[in-house]
Design a protein around this ligand. Structure first.
Ligand code: B12
Ligand code: SF4
Length: 487
């Protein structure tokens, strides 16, 4: 006997009237545009559906905004990252369900992709979507609009009428070129510009990643597959958006923007030809950097490339091998040299505190960060503490060795990156050393106001000598301006 889900089976309204779909982005730090909501919202036929997006970062009373819209909505979709956004997603889902118990609530995004069944233990959530969401959400909405059950809708997990949770078969990753262009009219673009303090457009040109880093959730969620927009069409679309929104900068939010050098070259060519006066920033792996021919570097620079984010993770080749980063530290320096040569700024993030990481390997990371930081004032080397984000190979290993992952959504909501918080694999002494290192290197190389020049000279002296003892300057400055926590 086929089980039916608990969702309504009668058409909510006549298919001829546009049905309202409410999409919600929970509280978060920074004002990156809600690209996930744009992606799934734009894929719905605008003749049939009216998409309303609500972003808790913009709306001081987001709950009220959601409640004011759901009365006649077909469903509520929420994008959920692991960590603090879960508690806001829970708050909104529960509130919506209280107001309209029959309203289907759909969660998608990184956390539900990894914990699709567990999320459905929460009674205010009816459906979770795994991985790429455009096709699955469009099908869910279409089925809801026509009163059809979701029991055999691929790509999602549903709670059936008898309370059991059913994981439907996965959906194959679709080419992103098959989807409608993202409709930025669904979000208040100018508000994001205002809040960011710059006319910077966030844009996603690809999904997934071919690599296998053992600390990252991407291989689990996208199965090491990558799909990217065709460059000519993308450049035309960017030009249309530029004509409309007059942005100065594009921040490509792709996991690995430089996956295909030919695609990037063609895009850069078209940006130059289009006459758009923009700069842009993107992600690059160190191995991709050394493979990229010089003429493509030059073209990227001409088209406005201003900054690259190159994940280094560790200064030790031994650790890089263990975390399956599939790069060598020498490749990082080689890519950094190219960036210097072509006048491109860099963010080189590191992670310390992997399980069993030796003191020598932590020191290798600090040495590497120091070397990169001193290569250019435009090179930043943020250091994060390893947090066993779910879905990664290292986490499976840590769990096997007794690390306890959160079990409930409330616990997952507290599992978050907070500035300065070390994982269980960092001793208090190491933590102290790293925090001091971070503070003095930041002070030594960033642009300092005249009042801080003396402190800066002192910091450079400390960094050159690797002497971070008695950090009175740090204590004083932290007392003046306490460090900000994220999320
Ligand atoms: C922008 C961004 C952020 C923004 C989020 C802004 C916002 N909207 O709220 C900020 C800066 C706040 C952020 C913070 C962090 N992030 Co972040 N971030 C990203 C980034 C670069 C882009 C996200 C994006 O817009 N993607 C484009 C859209 C189209 O893709 P998508 O989100 O995957 O959405 C698709 C599907 O997931 C699905 N889907 C998504 N939502 C929904 C909702 C519904 C209803 C449906 C049906 C489907 C669906 O459909 C979409 C289209 O296919 C991603 C990497 C990436 N490229 O995705 C990392 C990423 C999501 N972040 C990650 C991490 C680790 C972090 C941090 C912990 C980093 C740190 N050290 O501080 C923090 C903390 C997060 C937190 N707990 O608050 C991880 C995953 C985390 C996780 N397990 O949840 C990612 C994948 C990067 C990585 N590979 O490690 N991040
Ligand atoms: S860290 Fe970057 S390169 Fe490695 S698997 Fe994740 S997205 Fe891919």
């Amino acid at each position: 006997m086929t089980m039916r889900s608990t969702l309504p089976t009668e058409p909510a309204q006549s298919p001829r009237k546009r049905l309202k779909i409410v999409l919600y982005n929970p509280q978060a730090v920074f004002f990156t545009m809600p690209l996930a909501l744009l992606a799934i919202g734009s894929e719905l036929d605008p003749n049939l559906y009216e998409v309303v997006t609500i972003d808790a970062r913009l709306d001081p009373d987001a709950e009220k905004a959601v409640l004011s819209h759901i009365g006649d909505a077909l469903c509520l979709g929420i994008t959920v990252l692991t960590g603090a956004p879960i508690s806001d997603a829970l708050r909104i889902s529960r509130s919506a369900k209280r107001a309209r118990p029959d309203l289907p609530v759909v969660w998608g995004g990184w956390h539900p992709s990894m914990f699709s069944k567990e999320c459905l233990l929460e009674q205010s959530v009816d459906v979770t979507v795994r991985g790429q969401g455009e096709e699955t959400f469009a099908e869910i909405v279409d089925r809801l609009a026509h009163g059809r059950s979701l029991d055999d809708c691929a790509g999602c997990t549903v709670r059936l009428s008898d309370g059991t949770i059913q994981e439907n078969p996965s959906r194959a990753l679709a080419q992103v070129d098959n989807f409608r262009a993202h409709d930025y009219g669904l979000i208040p673009v100018e508000r994001y510009f205002q809040l960011k303090g710059k006319r910077q457009l966030d844009y996603i040109s690809s999904q997934g990643c071919n690599f296998r880093c053992a600390f990252c959730s991407d291989p689990f969620v996208y199965g090491r597959k990558w799909v990217g927009l065709e460059p000519v069409r993308m450049a035309m679309r960017l030009k249309e958006l530029w004509d409309k929104y007059h942005f100065d900068d594009v921040n490509f939010q792709d996991e690995t923007f430089f996956t295909k050098a030919g695609r990037v070259e063609a895009l850069a060519d078209r940006i130059v030809e289009s006459g758009m006066k923009i700069t842009w920033a993107a992600t690059m792996r160190a191995d991709q950097g050394i493979r990229l021919p010089d003429h493509v570097w030059v073209r990227c620079k001409q088209s406005g490339l201003r900054r690259l984010l190159v994940g280094v993770e560790s200064g030790s080749n031994e650790v890089l091998k263990r975390i399956k980063k599939d790069i060598k530290i020498e490749q990082v320096y080689e890519t950094a040299e190219k960036m210097l040569r072509f006048g491109i700024a860099g963010h080189f993030p590191f992670i310390v505190g992997f399980p069993d990481e030796s003191d020598e390997n932590v020191q290798a990371t600090l040495d590497c960060a120091k070397r990169l930081r001193s290569m250019s004032p435009e090179f930043l080397t943020p250091i994060f503490y390893f947090k066993p984000y779910p879905g990664s190979a290292l986490v499976i290993e840590a769990v096997e060795r007794g690390f306890r992952l959160p079990e409930t959504l409330e616990e997952w909501a507290k599992f978050d990156y907070v500035a300065g918080e070390p994982g269980p694999w960092v001793s208090p002494e190491k933590f102290e050393l790293i925090e001091r290192f971070k503070f003095f290197h930041e002070l030594a190389w960033k642009k300092a106001s005249p009042g801080k020049r003396l402190l800066q000279r002192l910091a450079r002296y400390r960094c050159n000598k690797d002497n971070y003892r008695w950090p009175v300057e740090m204590l004083f400055m932290r007392w003046l301006a306490p460090a900000q926590t994220l999320s």
